[in-house]
Ligand binder design. Sequence first.
Ligand code: RIB
Ligand code: CA
Length: 313
Amino acid sequence: MKKKLIIDTDCGSDDAVALIMALREPRVEVKAITVTSGNCPMQQAAKNVLQSIYYAQTYQPPVYKGTSLPLWCDYEDASQVHGIDGMGDCPWLKRPEDKFEAEHAVDALIHYVKQEKGDLEILAIGPLTNIAAAILQDPQTMRSISKLTVMGGAHPYNNPHTVSAEFNIMCDPEAAKIVFDSRIPITMCTLESCWGTMRFEEEDIQYFKELNELGSFCMDINRVMINAAKKNRGVGSMDLPDAGAFASITCPELIENCFDAFVRIETSGTYTRGATIFETKEHHYRNDFIPNCQVVTKIDGVNFKKYLANLIK
Ligand code: RIB
Ligand code: CA
């Protein structure tokens, strides 16, 4: 029985690799892809989703455009990491014609969850604005999904995006608070989960570039990130947090460190807005600890790369 999945994305270059993996994974059926703003504006992210589907060369799930702005704060992109178009600004790469569903992504999320009677997982790899809006519109339906996997958050001292916040949470902290307060079963793959052996070093990037056209596409679209790493760290490496979050669904054996936590989202604070705060059993001397999330902080990168290569071949 295939795992039915909806992917909500701000389709930048690491999201694209996650989408390609999901579309080429025989154990998964991607029922729909919903789009929000984040790495790049939603309209561009939607085009990037179609490009990813085109290069995946499998089937074409319906694509639904969603929210363009955060619930409360100003929109901020991540062009310094993913390029202006979110896909490495590679003009030589092919792009298919636009083909989007008329229904809004938020309505689509609710209708798919109702249609599948909760036998559906959601992978959220961008800011959580669409997911939060669906919860506000129909909390009972959204609480019926079997699992929500979120790529987001980080331990406060691990945040390169701002001093205290990971990008997906920082983009829309109010949306994240709604999601983490919703009582939906959540697994959160934090930013740390794409570091260590998960980091693509120069030899990994060369291997995938030489693997085939799809491997080369997955590396080319991440060239802005790779070049930024070369400039800042002296080594042209790259991180694929969204792809790691996808793999945590299909290959839980790759998870090397996870713990239960009650995750709180900081929505105020001059320096702490967007921070993810992890209360664990150790913080609760009483025995009334009730987690709202399984937090994944480490993934086996050696076997993840083998998994990615097998899906791309
Ligand atoms: O912090 C990493 C996350 O922000 C990833 O989802 C990346 O695509 C960006 O959206
Ligand atoms: Ca993303």
